[in-house]
Design a protein around this ligand. Structure first.
Ligand code: BTN
Length: 282
C-alpha cells in the first residue's frame, strides 16, 4: 500500500548509506566504530557473528542495505525492502560473567529512543524486552546474539528500524509503524550517526554501572508501566493458538538486572527474565 506514496526507487536512493558521510557525522562514536555497508547479506547479525569468531573487535558495524534472511527474536523473520528499513548490527565485547548482560537489550532500547528523540522523533516508547514503538505500533526491534569465549562475551547487537511501512508484519503481535508513516523523514545518515553515538554512550554507561543506571530512563518510556499486562509463553510463536498465559499483573517495570516485575493479584511480585515470553496489555 505504501508503495503508492513512497516509490521504491526514491526510498532506496534516499537511504543508501555512504560510510564516508556517516563517519563525518559521528560524534561520540568517532574512532570507536568501524562501519561497513553491504549491499546485500543474509543477516547483518550473522555476518558479524562470523567476524566475531574470527576476532573482529568491539565497534565493528555492518549496515545491510538488503537482508535475504533478516532475523527477529524467537525465530521470526525481519522483512524489509532495500532502503525501507535501517538494518545494522554492532559488535561489542564484554568482560566478566555473561549474566551481567541480562539488561543489555533494554539498555539498547534506551539508546535508540534517545537517538530518535534527538532527531526530532516524538512519541517513541519501549516495550519489554526489545520493542521500539511509535504511536502504539512496532517501529523497530533489537536482536542480541551472544558468543562466549574464555570468560568474555561477544554481543552482536542487531537493530532494525522501519523507515517506511514494512513489506510484512508476519509474526509480530503489534501493528507495524514506520518513521515516514508517522510523518518523520530524518536524513538517514544523520539518524544512523545519532544511533551509533547514542549506542556508544549508553554502552559506556552499561559497562560501568549496568542497566541499573539506565533503568529510570527505560521505565519513563515503557509503554505499559503501571498498567495491567499478561505475560505469554510464546515458545511456539507469538500468534500460536496454543500460547499460554504465564502470569498476569500490574507491570512494575524492570529490575536492575533487566527482569520484568509484575505485581500479582495475591499481593506478591513475580520476576521474568528475557526468554520465550511476550508481553501484552491485559
Ligand atoms: C525483533 O523485533 O524481533 C528484532 C528485530 C531485529 C532485526 C535486525 S535487522 C538487523 C539485524 N540483523 C538481523 O538479522 N536481525 C537484526
Amino acid at each position: 500500500m505504501h508503495r503508492a506514496f513512497f516509490p521504491a526507487a526514491i526510498a532506496m536512493t534516499d537511504c543508501l548509506i555512504d560510510p564516508v558521510r556517516l563517519s563525518a557525522l559521528l560524534g561520540r562514536a568517532r574512532g570507536r566504530v568501524d562501519a561497513e555497508v553491504l549491499a546485500e547479506c543474509d543477516s547483518s547479525n550473522s555476518v558479524l557473528l562470523e567476524r566475531a569468531a574470527h576476532g573482529a573487535p568491539s565497534g565493528a558495524v555492518v549496515i545491510a542495505e538488503r537482508q535475504t534472511a533478516g532475523r527477529g527474536r524467537r525465530g521470526r523473520v525481519w522483512r524489509a525492502a532495500a532502503g525501507d528499513s535501517l538494518t545494522f548490527s554492532l559488535l561489542w565485547r564484554f568482560g566478566g560473567d555473561i549474566s551481567r548482560l541480562a539488561g543489555l537489550s533494554l539498555a539498547v532500547g534506551v539508546a535508540l529512543a534517545r537517538a530518535l528523540e534527538s532527531c526530532g522523533v516524538r512519541g517513541v516508547a519501549l516495550k519489554w524486552p526489545n520493542d521500539l514503538l511509535l504511536d502504539g505500533g512496532k517501529l523497530g526491534g533489537v536482536l542480541i546474539e551472544l558468543a562466549s569465549e574464555r570468560g568474555a562475551t561477544a554481543a552482536v547487537i542487531g537493530i532494525g528500524i522501519n523507515l517506511q511501512p514494512p513489506l510484512s508484519n508476519d509474526g509480530f503481535a503489534l501493528p507495524a509503524a514506520s518513521l515516514a508513516g508517522a510523518g518523520f523523514t530524518p536524513d538517514c545518515h544523520v539518524l544512523l550517526a545519532a544511533l551509533l553515538d547514542s549506542l556508544i554512550a549508553t554502552l559506556d554507561v552499561f559497562v560501568a554501572d549496568g542497566f541499573a543506571a539506565l533503568r529510570e530512563d527505560w521505565q519513563a518510556r515503557h509503554v505499559w508501566q503501571g498498567l495491567p499486562v499478561r505475560l505469554l509463553d510464546s515458545a511456539n510463536g507469538e500468534n500460536a493458538a496454543a500460547t499460554v498465559t504465564l502470569a498476569e499483573g500490574i507491570c512494575l517495570g524492570a529490575a536492575a538486572d533487566g527482569a520484568l516485575i509484575l505485581a500479582t493479584a495475591d499481593g506478591g511480585q513475580q520476576r521474568f527474565l528475557v526468554g520465550d515470553v511476550s508481553l501484552r496489555a491485559a
